[in-house]
Design a protein around this ligand. Structure first.
Ligand code: ADP
Length: 491
Protein backbone atom coordinates (compact mmCIF):
# COMPACT_ATOMS: atom_id res chain seq x y z
CA UNK A 1 0.00 0.00 0.00
CA UNK A 2 1.45 3.40 -0.87
CA UNK A 3 2.53 5.39 2.19
CA UNK A 4 0.52 8.48 3.21
CA UNK A 5 2.42 11.43 1.69
CA UNK A 6 4.65 13.18 4.19
CA UNK A 7 4.59 16.66 2.70
CA UNK A 8 1.69 18.99 3.37
CA UNK A 9 1.68 19.96 -0.29
CA UNK A 10 1.19 16.34 -1.45
CA UNK A 11 -1.52 15.81 1.17
CA UNK A 12 -3.42 18.93 0.13
CA UNK A 13 -3.19 17.90 -3.53
CA UNK A 14 -4.39 14.40 -2.72
CA UNK A 15 -7.34 15.65 -0.66
CA UNK A 16 -8.23 18.17 -3.32
CA UNK A 17 -8.19 15.49 -6.05
CA UNK A 18 -10.13 12.93 -3.99
CA UNK A 19 -12.74 15.51 -3.03
CA UNK A 20 -13.18 16.41 -6.69
CA UNK A 21 -13.12 12.78 -7.90
CA UNK A 22 -15.97 11.59 -5.66
CA UNK A 23 -18.68 13.99 -6.91
CA UNK A 24 -17.32 13.82 -10.46
CA UNK A 25 -17.60 10.01 -10.63
CA UNK A 26 -21.02 10.12 -8.93
CA UNK A 27 -22.22 12.73 -11.42
CA UNK A 28 -20.90 10.73 -14.39
CA UNK A 29 -22.54 7.50 -13.14
CA UNK A 30 -25.86 9.26 -12.52
CA UNK A 31 -25.81 10.91 -15.96
CA UNK A 32 -25.01 7.58 -17.59
CA UNK A 33 -27.88 5.85 -15.82
CA UNK A 34 -30.31 8.62 -16.76
CA UNK A 35 -29.28 8.46 -20.44
CA UNK A 36 -29.48 4.66 -20.44
CA UNK A 37 -32.96 4.64 -18.84
CA UNK A 38 -34.21 7.39 -21.16
CA UNK A 39 -33.02 5.56 -24.27
CA UNK A 40 -34.61 2.35 -23.02
CA UNK A 41 -37.90 4.11 -22.35
CA UNK A 42 -37.86 5.75 -25.76
CA UNK A 43 -37.11 2.37 -27.37
CA UNK A 44 -40.05 0.82 -25.56
CA UNK A 45 -42.31 3.66 -26.70
CA UNK A 46 -41.07 3.23 -30.26
CA UNK A 47 -41.65 -0.54 -30.26
CA UNK A 48 -45.05 -0.07 -28.64
CA UNK A 49 -46.08 2.55 -31.23
CA UNK A 50 -44.86 0.28 -34.02
CA UNK A 51 -46.84 -2.67 -32.64
CA UNK A 52 -49.95 -0.42 -32.37
CA UNK A 53 -49.52 0.63 -36.00
CA UNK A 54 -49.08 -3.00 -36.99
CA UNK A 55 -52.25 -4.02 -35.09
CA UNK A 56 -54.23 -1.24 -36.73
CA UNK A 57 -53.03 -2.34 -40.17
CA UNK A 58 -53.84 -5.95 -39.31
CA UNK A 59 -57.43 -5.10 -38.38
CA UNK A 60 -57.77 -2.96 -41.50
CA UNK A 61 -56.62 -5.91 -43.64
CA UNK A 62 -58.96 -8.16 -41.74
CA UNK A 63 -61.86 -5.87 -42.53
CA UNK A 64 -60.92 -6.22 -46.20
CA UNK A 65 -62.27 -9.75 -45.58
CA UNK A 66 -59.02 -11.65 -45.69
CA UNK A 67 -58.44 -14.67 -43.52
CA UNK A 68 -56.63 -14.03 -40.26
CA UNK A 69 -53.35 -15.52 -41.45
CA UNK A 70 -53.56 -13.74 -44.81
CA UNK A 71 -54.27 -10.45 -43.08
CA UNK A 72 -51.29 -11.04 -40.84
CA UNK A 73 -48.99 -11.80 -43.74
CA UNK A 74 -50.15 -8.70 -45.62
CA UNK A 75 -49.76 -6.50 -42.60
CA UNK A 76 -46.29 -7.86 -41.98
CA UNK A 77 -45.19 -6.96 -45.52
CA UNK A 78 -46.97 -3.56 -45.40
CA UNK A 79 -45.73 -2.34 -42.03
CA UNK A 80 -41.97 -2.13 -41.79
CA UNK A 81 -39.82 -0.32 -39.29
CA UNK A 82 -36.10 0.10 -39.32
CA UNK A 83 -34.30 -2.42 -37.07
CA UNK A 84 -37.60 -3.83 -35.82
CA UNK A 85 -38.66 -7.47 -36.30
CA UNK A 86 -42.32 -8.20 -35.85
CA UNK A 87 -43.45 -11.73 -35.16
CA UNK A 88 -46.83 -13.27 -34.35
CA UNK A 89 -47.12 -16.57 -32.51
CA UNK A 90 -50.31 -18.50 -32.00
CA UNK A 91 -51.48 -19.76 -28.63
CA UNK A 92 -49.43 -22.96 -29.02
CA UNK A 93 -46.28 -20.90 -29.55
CA UNK A 94 -46.04 -21.64 -33.24
CA UNK A 95 -44.65 -18.83 -35.36
CA UNK A 96 -47.45 -17.61 -37.60
CA UNK A 97 -45.68 -14.77 -39.41
CA UNK A 98 -42.46 -12.89 -39.10
CA UNK A 99 -41.33 -9.87 -41.06
CA UNK A 100 -37.96 -8.86 -42.30
CA UNK A 101 -36.73 -5.63 -40.75
CA UNK A 102 -36.27 -2.34 -42.50
CA UNK A 103 -38.20 0.19 -44.50
CA UNK A 104 -36.97 1.25 -47.94
CA UNK A 105 -34.73 -0.98 -49.95
CA UNK A 106 -31.72 1.06 -49.01
CA UNK A 107 -32.65 1.02 -45.33
CA UNK A 108 -33.29 -2.66 -45.46
CA UNK A 109 -29.75 -3.30 -46.58
CA UNK A 110 -28.42 -1.48 -43.54
CA UNK A 111 -31.09 -2.83 -41.17
CA UNK A 112 -30.12 -5.46 -38.76
CA UNK A 113 -32.02 -8.65 -38.70
CA UNK A 114 -31.10 -11.15 -36.02
CA UNK A 115 -29.19 -14.19 -37.18
CA UNK A 116 -31.22 -17.35 -37.43
CA UNK A 117 -30.10 -18.77 -34.14
CA UNK A 118 -30.75 -15.46 -32.30
CA UNK A 119 -34.16 -15.37 -33.96
CA UNK A 120 -34.88 -18.82 -32.59
CA UNK A 121 -33.74 -17.76 -29.13
CA UNK A 122 -35.94 -14.66 -29.20
CA UNK A 123 -38.94 -16.75 -30.20
CA UNK A 124 -38.16 -19.32 -27.53
CA UNK A 125 -38.06 -16.60 -24.91
CA UNK A 126 -41.38 -15.17 -26.12
CA UNK A 127 -42.94 -18.64 -26.05
CA UNK A 128 -41.78 -19.23 -22.50
CA UNK A 129 -43.48 -16.09 -21.30
CA UNK A 130 -46.94 -17.43 -21.87
CA UNK A 131 -48.23 -13.90 -22.17
CA UNK A 132 -51.35 -12.51 -20.62
CA UNK A 133 -50.09 -8.95 -20.35
CA UNK A 134 -47.59 -6.85 -22.28
CA UNK A 135 -44.00 -7.48 -21.30
CA UNK A 136 -40.62 -5.92 -22.11
CA UNK A 137 -37.17 -7.41 -21.73
CA UNK A 138 -33.65 -7.07 -23.05
CA UNK A 139 -31.94 -10.11 -24.54
CA UNK A 140 -28.21 -10.22 -25.22
CA UNK A 141 -27.35 -11.78 -28.54
CA UNK A 142 -23.91 -12.97 -29.60
CA UNK A 143 -22.95 -9.65 -31.21
CA UNK A 144 -25.74 -7.32 -30.18
CA UNK A 145 -28.60 -6.95 -27.76
CA UNK A 146 -32.36 -6.80 -28.50
CA UNK A 147 -35.19 -5.13 -26.75
CA UNK A 148 -38.29 -7.31 -26.96
CA UNK A 149 -41.82 -6.10 -26.36
CA UNK A 150 -44.60 -8.70 -26.42
CA UNK A 151 -48.31 -8.25 -25.93
CA UNK A 152 -51.38 -10.51 -26.28
CA UNK A 153 -53.22 -10.10 -29.60
CA UNK A 154 -56.75 -11.46 -29.47
CA UNK A 155 -58.22 -11.91 -32.96
CA UNK A 156 -61.73 -13.43 -33.13
CA UNK A 157 -61.67 -15.84 -30.22
CA UNK A 158 -58.06 -16.78 -30.98
CA UNK A 159 -55.16 -15.69 -28.82
CA UNK A 160 -51.94 -14.63 -30.53
CA UNK A 161 -48.79 -13.02 -29.21
CA UNK A 162 -47.55 -9.95 -31.04
CA UNK A 163 -43.83 -9.41 -30.54
CA UNK A 164 -41.45 -6.67 -31.62
CA UNK A 165 -37.67 -7.19 -31.28
CA UNK A 166 -35.57 -4.08 -31.73
CA UNK A 167 -31.80 -4.20 -32.16
CA UNK A 168 -30.04 -2.14 -29.47
CA UNK A 169 -26.75 -1.85 -31.36
CA UNK A 170 -27.20 1.89 -32.09
CA UNK A 171 -28.13 2.61 -28.52
CA UNK A 172 -25.25 0.47 -27.26
CA UNK A 173 -22.90 2.39 -29.55
CA UNK A 174 -24.11 5.69 -28.05
CA UNK A 175 -23.73 4.34 -24.52
CA UNK A 176 -20.29 2.94 -25.19
CA UNK A 177 -19.24 6.31 -26.64
CA UNK A 178 -20.51 7.95 -23.46
CA UNK A 179 -18.55 5.44 -21.34
CA UNK A 180 -15.40 6.08 -23.38
CA UNK A 181 -15.90 9.82 -22.97
CA UNK A 182 -16.20 9.48 -19.20
CA UNK A 183 -13.22 7.13 -19.04
CA UNK A 184 -11.02 9.67 -20.81
CA UNK A 185 -12.54 12.90 -19.48
CA UNK A 186 -12.70 12.04 -15.75
CA UNK A 187 -9.04 10.96 -15.32
CA UNK A 188 -8.03 13.89 -17.56
CA UNK A 189 -9.98 16.37 -15.43
CA UNK A 190 -8.57 14.84 -12.25
CA UNK A 191 -5.04 15.07 -13.62
CA UNK A 192 -5.51 18.73 -14.55
CA UNK A 193 -7.03 19.48 -11.15
CA UNK A 194 -4.22 17.61 -9.33
CA UNK A 195 -1.60 19.65 -11.22
CA UNK A 196 -3.55 22.86 -10.50
CA UNK A 197 -4.06 21.85 -6.85
CA UNK A 198 -0.38 21.09 -6.44
CA UNK A 199 0.56 24.46 -7.96
CA UNK A 200 -1.95 26.22 -5.69
CA UNK A 201 -0.65 24.37 -2.63
CA UNK A 202 2.92 25.32 -3.52
CA UNK A 203 1.90 28.94 -3.93
CA UNK A 204 -0.03 28.99 -0.65
CA UNK A 205 2.78 27.26 1.25
CA UNK A 206 5.57 29.38 -0.25
CA UNK A 207 5.45 31.85 2.70
CA UNK A 208 5.87 28.91 5.11
CA UNK A 209 9.00 27.79 3.26
CA UNK A 210 10.28 31.38 3.29
CA UNK A 211 9.61 31.59 7.04
CA UNK A 212 11.37 28.32 7.83
CA UNK A 213 14.38 29.29 5.66
CA UNK A 214 14.63 32.61 7.49
CA UNK A 215 14.06 31.03 10.93
CA UNK A 216 16.87 28.54 10.22
CA UNK A 217 19.44 31.32 9.81
CA UNK A 218 18.43 33.37 12.88
CA UNK A 219 20.85 32.82 15.74
CA UNK A 220 22.30 34.75 18.67
CA UNK A 221 24.50 36.80 16.33
CA UNK A 222 21.68 38.06 14.08
CA UNK A 223 18.81 38.20 16.53
CA UNK A 224 17.64 41.45 14.90
CA UNK A 225 16.42 39.54 11.80
CA UNK A 226 12.70 38.81 11.53
CA UNK A 227 10.45 36.44 9.59
CA UNK A 228 8.75 37.79 6.45
CA UNK A 229 5.11 38.70 7.16
CA UNK A 230 2.73 37.73 4.34
CA UNK A 231 0.81 34.91 2.66
CA UNK A 232 -2.70 35.47 3.98
CA UNK A 233 -3.93 36.52 7.42
CA UNK A 234 -3.27 33.13 9.10
CA UNK A 235 0.37 32.87 8.01
CA UNK A 236 0.97 36.59 8.53
CA UNK A 237 -0.47 36.13 12.05
CA UNK A 238 1.89 33.21 12.68
CA UNK A 239 4.87 35.26 11.40
CA UNK A 240 3.86 38.17 13.65
CA UNK A 241 3.60 35.86 16.69
CA UNK A 242 7.06 34.37 16.00
CA UNK A 243 8.47 37.86 15.40
CA UNK A 244 6.98 38.96 18.73
CA UNK A 245 8.72 36.00 20.36
CA UNK A 246 11.99 37.01 18.66
CA UNK A 247 11.49 40.59 19.93
CA UNK A 248 11.20 39.31 23.48
CA UNK A 249 14.14 36.94 23.07
CA UNK A 250 16.26 39.74 21.62
CA UNK A 251 15.31 42.07 24.48
CA UNK A 252 16.17 39.36 26.99
CA UNK A 253 19.48 38.63 25.20
CA UNK A 254 20.31 42.34 25.21
CA UNK A 255 19.46 42.56 28.89
CA UNK A 256 21.70 39.59 29.65
CA UNK A 257 24.52 41.07 27.56
CA UNK A 258 24.18 44.45 29.27
CA UNK A 259 24.10 42.73 32.63
CA UNK A 260 27.33 40.84 31.96
CA UNK A 261 29.02 43.96 30.53
CA UNK A 262 27.91 46.13 33.47
CA UNK A 263 28.85 43.46 35.99
CA UNK A 264 32.36 43.06 34.60
CA UNK A 265 32.70 46.84 34.47
CA UNK A 266 31.71 47.11 38.13
CA UNK A 267 34.14 44.40 39.16
CA UNK A 268 37.03 46.00 37.30
CA UNK A 269 37.41 49.03 39.62
CA UNK A 270 37.82 47.18 42.95
CA UNK A 271 40.01 44.47 41.41
CA UNK A 272 42.19 47.16 39.81
CA UNK A 273 42.41 48.92 43.21
CA UNK A 274 43.50 45.69 44.91
CA UNK A 275 46.13 44.95 42.28
CA UNK A 276 47.51 48.51 42.02
CA UNK A 277 47.63 48.95 45.79
CA UNK A 278 49.46 45.66 46.23
CA UNK A 279 51.87 46.44 43.33
CA UNK A 280 52.67 49.92 44.65
CA UNK A 281 53.11 48.74 48.24
CA UNK A 282 55.38 45.87 47.24
CA UNK A 283 57.42 47.93 44.76
CA UNK A 284 59.54 49.34 47.58
CA UNK A 285 61.47 46.99 49.85
CA UNK A 286 61.03 48.63 53.23
CA UNK A 287 57.80 50.22 54.33
CA UNK A 288 56.62 51.34 57.69
CA UNK A 289 53.84 49.51 59.48
CA UNK A 290 51.64 52.56 59.06
CA UNK A 291 52.15 52.44 55.30
CA UNK A 292 51.36 48.73 55.23
CA UNK A 293 48.25 49.29 57.36
CA UNK A 294 47.02 52.07 55.07
CA UNK A 295 47.56 49.88 52.07
CA UNK A 296 45.80 46.85 53.57
CA UNK A 297 42.88 49.09 54.61
CA UNK A 298 42.48 50.23 50.99
CA UNK A 299 42.60 46.61 49.87
CA UNK A 300 40.09 45.67 52.59
CA UNK A 301 37.65 48.37 51.37
CA UNK A 302 37.99 47.19 47.78
CA UNK A 303 37.48 43.58 48.89
CA UNK A 304 34.35 44.58 50.83
CA UNK A 305 33.02 46.32 47.77
CA UNK A 306 33.83 43.30 45.62
CA UNK A 307 32.07 40.99 48.06
CA UNK A 308 29.03 43.20 48.11
CA UNK A 309 28.81 43.40 44.30
CA UNK A 310 29.32 39.65 43.94
CA UNK A 311 26.67 38.97 46.63
CA UNK A 312 24.19 41.30 44.92
CA UNK A 313 24.84 39.78 41.50
CA UNK A 314 24.47 36.30 42.90
CA UNK A 315 21.15 37.17 44.52
CA UNK A 316 19.77 38.76 41.35
CA UNK A 317 20.88 35.95 39.06
CA UNK A 318 19.37 33.33 41.40
CA UNK A 319 16.14 35.33 41.51
CA UNK A 320 16.13 35.55 37.68
CA UNK A 321 16.72 31.84 37.20
CA UNK A 322 14.11 30.95 39.86
CA UNK A 323 16.75 29.38 42.08
CA UNK A 324 16.44 31.86 44.91
CA UNK A 325 14.74 29.82 47.60
CA UNK A 326 12.55 32.14 49.65
CA UNK A 327 11.61 31.10 53.15
CA UNK A 328 7.97 31.62 53.98
CA UNK A 329 7.72 32.04 57.70
CA UNK A 330 5.38 34.10 59.83
CA UNK A 331 7.11 37.28 60.95
CA UNK A 332 6.37 40.74 62.32
CA UNK A 333 7.26 43.53 59.97
CA UNK A 334 7.52 46.07 62.80
CA UNK A 335 10.29 43.97 64.37
CA UNK A 336 12.19 43.90 61.09
CA UNK A 337 11.83 47.67 60.72
CA UNK A 338 13.09 48.23 64.28
CA UNK A 339 16.03 45.87 63.74
CA UNK A 340 17.01 47.53 60.47
CA UNK A 341 16.95 51.05 61.94
CA UNK A 342 19.00 49.81 64.91
CA UNK A 343 21.54 48.26 62.54
CA UNK A 344 22.16 51.49 60.59
CA UNK A 345 22.09 53.82 63.58
CA UNK A 346 25.90 53.75 64.16
CA UNK A 347 26.68 54.36 60.45
CA UNK A 348 24.15 57.21 60.46
CA UNK A 349 25.63 58.84 63.53
CA UNK A 350 29.12 58.52 61.98
CA UNK A 351 27.80 60.60 59.08
CA UNK A 352 25.97 62.99 61.41
CA UNK A 353 22.54 61.82 60.31
CA UNK A 354 19.67 61.36 62.72
CA UNK A 355 17.41 58.29 62.47
CA UNK A 356 13.82 58.72 63.61
CA UNK A 357 11.37 55.80 63.80
CA UNK A 358 7.69 56.81 64.04
CA UNK A 359 4.25 55.22 63.93
CA UNK A 360 5.29 51.64 64.47
CA UNK A 361 2.23 49.43 63.86
CA UNK A 362 1.73 45.70 64.23
CA UNK A 363 2.09 44.13 60.81
CA UNK A 364 2.32 40.32 60.81
CA UNK A 365 3.12 38.80 57.44
CA UNK A 366 4.59 35.71 55.83
CA UNK A 367 7.97 36.06 54.20
CA UNK A 368 11.73 35.75 54.35
CA UNK A 369 13.32 37.64 57.25
CA UNK A 370 16.76 37.94 55.63
CA UNK A 371 15.45 39.18 52.29
CA UNK A 372 13.03 41.71 53.81
CA UNK A 373 15.81 42.89 56.15
CA UNK A 374 18.01 43.41 53.10
CA UNK A 375 15.27 45.40 51.35
CA UNK A 376 14.92 47.77 54.34
CA UNK A 377 18.70 48.09 54.75
CA UNK A 378 19.15 49.04 51.09
CA UNK A 379 16.58 51.86 51.42
CA UNK A 380 18.02 53.06 54.73
CA UNK A 381 21.55 52.86 53.33
CA UNK A 382 20.56 55.08 50.38
CA UNK A 383 18.70 57.53 52.61
CA UNK A 384 21.70 57.91 54.95
CA UNK A 385 24.14 58.11 52.02
CA UNK A 386 22.23 60.96 50.41
CA UNK A 387 21.41 62.90 53.58
CA UNK A 388 23.61 65.88 54.37
CA UNK A 389 25.43 66.04 57.71
CA UNK A 390 22.85 67.12 60.31
CA UNK A 391 20.03 65.69 58.20
CA UNK A 392 17.32 63.29 59.32
CA UNK A 393 16.18 59.93 58.04
CA UNK A 394 12.64 59.11 59.17
CA UNK A 395 10.91 55.74 59.01
CA UNK A 396 7.13 55.41 59.39
CA UNK A 397 4.72 52.52 59.17
CA UNK A 398 1.10 52.71 58.13
CA UNK A 399 -1.58 50.06 57.66
CA UNK A 400 -3.74 50.45 54.54
CA UNK A 401 -6.32 47.67 54.34
CA UNK A 402 -4.45 44.46 53.67
CA UNK A 403 -1.23 46.39 53.01
CA UNK A 404 1.41 47.83 55.23
CA UNK A 405 3.39 50.81 53.91
CA UNK A 406 6.87 51.45 55.26
CA UNK A 407 8.11 54.92 54.29
CA UNK A 408 11.79 55.83 54.37
CA UNK A 409 12.33 59.60 54.00
CA UNK A 410 15.48 61.69 53.98
CA UNK A 411 16.46 65.33 53.73
CA UNK A 412 18.90 64.83 50.88
CA UNK A 413 19.15 66.59 47.50
CA UNK A 414 16.44 64.43 45.88
CA UNK A 415 16.52 62.43 42.66
CA UNK A 416 16.59 64.37 39.36
CA UNK A 417 13.17 63.94 37.60
CA UNK A 418 14.74 62.48 34.45
CA UNK A 419 16.45 59.77 36.54
CA UNK A 420 13.30 58.77 38.46
CA UNK A 421 12.13 56.25 35.87
CA UNK A 422 15.51 54.53 35.77
CA UNK A 423 16.74 54.26 39.36
CA UNK A 424 15.27 50.75 39.74
CA UNK A 425 17.24 49.49 36.71
CA UNK A 426 20.24 47.30 37.40
CA UNK A 427 23.58 49.16 37.54
CA UNK A 428 21.84 52.50 37.07
CA UNK A 429 23.29 55.33 39.15
CA UNK A 430 22.36 58.97 38.99
CA UNK A 431 25.96 60.12 39.05
CA UNK A 432 27.75 57.03 37.85
CA UNK A 433 31.15 58.68 37.22
CA UNK A 434 31.34 59.87 40.80
CA UNK A 435 30.02 56.68 42.38
CA UNK A 436 32.29 54.36 40.40
CA UNK A 437 35.41 56.20 41.40
CA UNK A 438 34.47 55.85 45.05
CA UNK A 439 35.68 52.76 46.74
CA UNK A 440 33.96 53.04 50.09
CA UNK A 441 31.67 50.27 51.21
CA UNK A 442 28.68 52.63 50.93
CA UNK A 443 29.17 53.59 47.28
CA UNK A 444 26.95 51.07 45.54
CA UNK A 445 27.06 49.47 42.12
CA UNK A 446 23.55 50.59 41.25
CA UNK A 447 22.00 47.28 42.31
CA UNK A 448 20.49 48.27 45.68
CA UNK A 449 17.09 49.46 44.43
CA UNK A 450 16.87 46.70 41.78
CA UNK A 451 17.33 44.14 44.57
CA UNK A 452 14.84 45.94 46.84
CA UNK A 453 12.15 45.89 44.14
CA UNK A 454 12.83 42.22 43.33
CA UNK A 455 12.47 41.22 46.99
CA UNK A 456 9.24 43.24 47.35
CA UNK A 457 7.84 41.57 44.22
CA UNK A 458 8.74 38.14 45.56
CA UNK A 459 6.60 38.99 48.60
CA UNK A 460 3.72 40.24 46.46
CA UNK A 461 4.53 43.88 47.21
CA UNK A 462 6.07 46.99 45.61
CA UNK A 463 8.75 49.63 46.15
CA UNK A 464 8.36 53.12 44.67
CA UNK A 465 9.47 56.68 45.06
CA UNK A 466 6.60 58.45 46.85
CA UNK A 467 8.12 61.90 46.38
CA UNK A 468 11.45 63.45 45.58
CA UNK A 469 12.51 67.09 45.58
CA UNK A 470 15.51 68.93 46.93
CA UNK A 471 15.38 68.50 50.71
CA UNK A 472 12.91 65.60 50.74
CA UNK A 473 12.99 62.13 49.20
CA UNK A 474 10.62 59.40 50.28
CA UNK A 475 10.59 55.74 49.27
CA UNK A 476 7.55 53.60 50.09
CA UNK A 477 7.49 49.81 50.45
CA UNK A 478 4.00 48.22 50.32
CA UNK A 479 3.68 44.64 51.52
CA UNK A 480 0.59 42.49 51.94
CA UNK A 481 0.01 41.71 55.60
CA UNK A 482 -2.00 39.02 57.33
CA UNK A 483 -2.82 36.36 54.78
CA UNK A 484 -0.28 34.45 52.73
CA UNK A 485 1.13 36.90 50.18
CA UNK A 486 0.97 36.21 46.45
CA UNK A 487 4.56 35.10 46.06
CA UNK A 488 6.31 35.49 42.73
CA UNK A 489 9.74 34.10 42.14
CA UNK A 490 10.11 35.25 38.56
CA UNK A 491 9.47 38.66 36.97
P1 ADP B 1 23.47 52.22 44.74
O1 ADP B 1 23.61 50.86 45.28
O2 ADP B 1 24.54 52.64 43.82
O3 ADP B 1 23.05 53.22 45.73
P2 ADP B 1 20.76 52.06 44.03
O4 ADP B 1 20.14 51.11 43.08
O5 ADP B 1 20.47 51.85 45.49
O6 ADP B 1 22.28 52.08 43.72
O7 ADP B 1 20.27 53.50 43.64
C1 ADP B 1 20.30 53.93 42.31
C2 ADP B 1 20.46 55.43 42.22
O8 ADP B 1 19.35 56.08 42.84
C3 ADP B 1 21.66 55.93 42.99
O9 ADP B 1 22.68 56.18 42.02
C4 ADP B 1 21.23 57.18 43.63
O10 ADP B 1 21.75 58.29 42.97
C5 ADP B 1 19.74 57.23 43.52
N1 ADP B 1 19.15 57.23 44.86
C6 ADP B 1 18.73 56.14 45.55
N2 ADP B 1 18.22 56.51 46.75
C7 ADP B 1 18.33 57.85 46.83
C8 ADP B 1 17.97 58.82 47.81
N3 ADP B 1 17.40 58.47 48.96
N4 ADP B 1 18.20 60.12 47.54
C9 ADP B 1 18.75 60.48 46.36
N5 ADP B 1 19.12 59.62 45.37
C10 ADP B 1 18.91 58.31 45.61
Amino acid sequence: MPAWPSTLRARLTLWYTVLLAVPLVAFAAASYLVVERTLERRTDVFISDALNAFARELFAERRASMSVVQAMQTAVTEVKFRDLNIAILDSTGRLVVMNATGGTAEELSTSRRPSADVEQRLLAIVRQQNLREPQALTVDGASEAFRILSRPLPVEQQRFTLTGAYSLSDIDAVLSQLRALFLVAIPGLLLVSAIGGSAMARRSLAPVSAMSRQAAVISATNMYERLPVGGGEELAGLARVVNGLLDRLEASFDQQRRFVTDASHELRTPTAVVRTEADVTLSREHRTEVEYRESVTVIQDAARRLTRIVDDLFLLSRADSGHLVMRREPLDLEELVQEATRAVRSVASERGVDIVLRDVVEAPLTGDTDLLGRLLLNLLDNAIKHSPRGGTVDVTMQLRGAQCDVRVGDTGPGIPPDALSRIFERFYRVDSARSRSETSATSGAGLGLAIARRIAEMHGGTVDVALSRPGRTEFVVSLPVGAQPAVRNRP
